[in-house]
Design a protein around this ligand. Structure first.
Ligand SMILES: Cc1cc2nc3c(=O)[nH]c(=O)nc-3n(C[C@H](O)[C@H](O)[C@H](O)COP(=O)(O)OP(=O)(O)OC[C@H]3O[C@@H](n4cnc5c(N)ncnc54)[C@H](O)[C@@H]3O)c2cc1C
Length: 293
């Protein structure tokens, strides 16, 4: 097996163009498991770790551009205040060892429906920056990045450079159901992000369909229902209807981790809970005289 070790982004793109069947490896927490279990024998490995640009993040015109190789532990420590939903999701990924190595770039590359970074990326309207030596840069909305179970929109000669998202303009929450509290793949998961400036609610549903997805009808309903100006209390009926609409957005299956019925029920509960937390935070911001939008 060839082992390619470019040290710059341009060299990485050239290496991928020259050998499109080379498998990129960042943290290796998915790739090495597959190789160790002999599930995958790539012709070559393209080690992206020496490419320093991938491990950096920046603010460009007010938006965060986070390199595909920034590990979860740094997302939590360095960006937890600006991306609270993604930081919450990152805290639930694997163990400290996995969070030290694993990255959002790798989560996107693997594109598992159960990947924990996907719901907050979708709820936060993130875009994925990908590039190839031949065709340059493409920006793909997170909602369009996942194309099937463990499939994504990358072309064979493309690599993920970064994800772009706004620093949270309002409260964000992530919730995950597992068979235990740590080291667990999601039975299902849910993320909510309030966008007060746009009077919009963002959602992301994980592990309850072939791909992570938005709950569009739930977003539309709630965005119109919430008292953004007056910051009035959330009605029980609105929270219940939101939970129902999130549940209906899912198309889960029965598998070893849970039944489809259980997943639907759990999603409606997580949707109501995270909405209540987020809306209370938004209202508290008003009470404290803080600008929450
Ligand atoms: C014990 C254990 C527990 C885990 N727990 C969780 C969990 O709780 N939640 C969760 O979501 N995941 C979990 N995972 C899966 C894994 O840790 C995550 O998917 C992680 O985000 C992968 O990141 P990585 O950098 O290690 O990816 P890698 O293993 O390096 O790569 C993963 C995939 O992405 C591709 N890739 C990587 N970088 C790029 C790039 N820049 N451009 C194009 N393709 C790229 C690779 O080719 C590969 O297909 C767990 C794994 C293990 C072993």
């Amino acid at each position: 097996m060839d082992f390619l070790r470019p040290t710059t982004w341009e060299d990485a793109l050239a290496a991928k163009a020259g050998q499109p069947d080379a498998l990129p490896v960042q943290g290796g927490t998915d790739v090495m498991v597959e190789i160790n279990f002999d599930l995958h024998r790539p012709a070559a490995l393209l080690d992206l770790n020496p490419v320093r640009e991938l491990a950096e993040w920046d603010v460009v015109d007010g938006r965060l551009r986070v390199g595909a190789g920034v590990p979860y532990v740094r997302l939590i420590e360095e960006l937890g205040d600006r991306l609270p939903g993604l930081a919450q999701a990152s805290r639930t990924v694997g163990s400290p060892q996995i969070r030290n190595r694993g990255t959002v770039g790798g989560n996107l590359g693997a594109a598992s429906p159960a990947g924990d970074s996907h719901p907050p990326l979708i709820a936060g309207d993130a875009e994925i920056e990908v590039a190839s030596a031949a065709r340059g840069v493409r920006m793909i909305p997170a909602t369009e990045f996942y194309t099937g179970v463990k499939r994504n929109a990358l072309e064979p000669d493309e690599l993920i450079r970064a994800f772009w998202t706004d620093p949270a303009p309002g409260p964000q929450y992530f919730s995950k159901i597992g068979t235990r509290n740590a080291m667990v793949i999601a039975v299902c998961s849910f993320a909510i992000a309030l966008h007060p400036g746009r009077r919009r609610v963002g959602t992301g549903v994980g592990s309850a369909a072939p791909t992570p997805r938005r709950a569009t009808a739930a977003e539309d309903f709630l965005s119109a229902e919430l008292d953004w100006e007056g910051r009035g209390p959330l009605s029980i009926s609105a929270a219940k209807e939101f939970g129902e609409l999130v549940k209906r957005a899912a198309s889960p299956i029965d598998d070893v981790r849970g039944t489809a019925d259980y997943r639907r029920h759990a999603l409606s509960v997580m949707a109501r809970r995270t909405l209540t937390w987020a809306w209370n935070d938004y209202r508290d911001g008003a009470k404290a005289g803080k600008e929450a939008s």
